[in-house]
Design a protein around this ligand. Structure first.
Ligand code: B12
Ligand code: SF4
Length: 412
């Protein structure tokens, strides 16, 4: 009986389920492997050694986004000597885009690049690839539903970015892989790694069955679809909405791009119970939004979509970035202004951070910008990017201003 212990660092202490681990866990379980979780959301770092002693896992699997990586490395180092016979495997975005850096620490036995369901299984079954294992893209209609049960403790708490109300929010993915090419985004970096076949859609009936199942099991109040761009295929989303209305019916929220929805889609979403649509504005200045970030979305289209969603009765929320190379205070003011024109109900403005593997990473390097070694744990307050003229203090003053004007309060 093989035992795998997952280490979920969650430095940011978010309550949303990390779907990567949840999917890998259920995939392994299907083959009779026992999976366990050390959850940094609730557990103290000192307890990891104890968990290993107690469970005696055959493999310890660390997950790391770039901002979690320093913590993960420290954690793994702290127990490496004591448990030197157990293989340490690492995966997730940081491992994917910096495999050599991660392996060269001498702490991890294997680094998984990309999607890990099949790769980890092969490794467990004894496949002896090199230290870097390339994960084949998962067939999203073949792998089992994610292991929601592994993260059930997360359901009993309020998800951080809803309002003060206590709610049980289920997290669901209907697709994987984004076809767009935003230069700051790791999803686009992943597309470069795998090619255009990265976008995969799940069967709608299977998605609905999963939602019905978890809603009943955990008494969920609402669903959060975390697909990168849920509405890429309009026909599909309309079908999803119809079936959702018939068989689920609880409120839900989505994330997407303003240029992938039209009136028909927005009406279908509203009719099915969608309460909130979150869309990226990112910058109010064409030079930055389209020129630098590669968003390719017209300002008027953004305004039109937000206002239409509002008219239809959906609450809207926006994502915005402040502090890109060449960006000025006036540019950030323009982003705030565009949010006002869009009449967003709420919005988020994070500081521009650069992630390995993205086009912005290369741009910053090529243009002589300094990228700090340390990633901030929270990109609302800090950045790893050194702007040519704006300080972190100036930038956070602008995000405060954004919050005051757009959200009506500080630091939402
Ligand atoms: C939903 C989401 C969130 C949610 C939940 C985060 C969470 N804990 O899972 C919220 C909104 C809370 C969030 C917060 C943040 N996020 Co976020 N988020 C996403 C998003 C949109 C989807 C993630 C997802 O569920 N994907 C679907 C699953 C199936 O894919 P996956 O996670 O990639 O997992 C596969 C592989 O990566 C690998 N894998 C993953 N984990 C592991 C572990 C092991 C052991 C192994 C072997 C393999 C492995 O195998 C998996 C299955 O094939 C991604 C973009 C994206 N589409 O991936 C950004 C993304 C992951 N987020 C990102 C960032 C930066 C953050 C924040 C740090 C931002 C901040 N506030 O400062 C925080 C960190 C929170 C935290 N510590 O967890 C970046 C990461 C970039 C990087 N290089 O690290 C991404 C890529 C977006 C971007 N900017 O480009 N995020
Ligand atoms: S549309 Fe969103 S997920 Fe897709 S590449 Fe752009 S920022 Fe990334």
């Amino acid at each position: 009986m093989t035992k795998v212990l997952f280490v979920y660092p969650n430095v940011g202490k978010t309550l949303q389920i990390p779907m990567g681990i949840a999917y890998i866990s259920s995939y392994l379980k299907r083959s009779g492997i026992h999976t366990f979780l050390w959850d940094g959301t609730f557990q103290d770092p000192n307890t990891l050694g104890f968990s290993i002693k107690l469970l005696q896992p055959d493999i310890v699997c660390f997950s790391a986004l770039s901002p979690d990586y320093d913590f993960v490395l420290k954690l793994a180092k702290s127990i490496r000597k004591k448990y030197d016979k157990i293989p340490f495997v690492i995966g997730g975005y940081h491992a994917t885009f910096c495999p050599n850096e991660v392996f060269n620490t001498g702490i991890f036995d294997r680094v998984i690049v990309g999607e890990a369901e099949y790769a980890l299984m092969n490794y467990i079954e004894g496949c002896k690839e090199g230290y870097k294992i390339y994960g084949k893209l998962a067939d999203v209609n073949e792998i089992p539903w994610p292991d929601h049960e592994m993260f059930k403790e997360h359901f009993s708490k309020k998800i951080s970015w809803s309002d003060e109300k206590y709610e049980r929010t289920g997290v669901v993915l209907t697709s994987r892989g984004c076809p767009f090419s935003c230069t700051y985004c790791s999803c686009n970096a992943l597309k470069q790694l795998y090619g255009p076949g990265i976008t995969r859609f799940r069967d709608i009936d299977d998605v609905i069955n999963e939602i019905v199942y978890i809603t009943g099991l955990y008494g969920l109040d609402n669903i959060w679809f975390t697909d990168e761009t849920l509405t890429i295929n309009k026909k599909r989303i309309i079908e999803l909405c119809k079936k959702y209305k018939d068989r689920v019916g609880i409120p839900f929220s989505i994330e997407t791009r303003p240029d992938t929805v039209n009136e028909e889609v927005l009406l279908a979403l509203k009719d099915a119970g969608c309460t909130m649509i979150r869309m990226g504005i990112e910058s109010g200045v064409d030079r930055i939004r389209n020129g630098l970030y590669g968003r390719n979305i017209d300002r008027q289209d953004i305004i039109h979509t937000f206002l239409l969603a509002k008219k239809i009765g959906l609450k809207t929320s926006s994502f915005n970035i402040a502090g890109a190379p060449t960006e000025t205070i006036d540019d950030i003011e323009e982003t705030i202004y565009l949010n006002q024109q869009c009449e967003v109900d709420t919005g988020k403005m994070t500081l521009f951070n650069v992630f390995p593997g993205t086009k912005m990473w290369d741009y910053c390097k090529d243009h002589g910008y300094k990228i700090k070694k340390k990633y901030p744990e929270n990109y609302y307050e800090d950045s790893n990017f050194v702007h040519e003229s704006l300080s972190i203090k100036q930038l956070t003053q602008m995000t405060d201003k954004f919050n005051t004007i757009i959200n009506g309060k500080q630091g939402i």
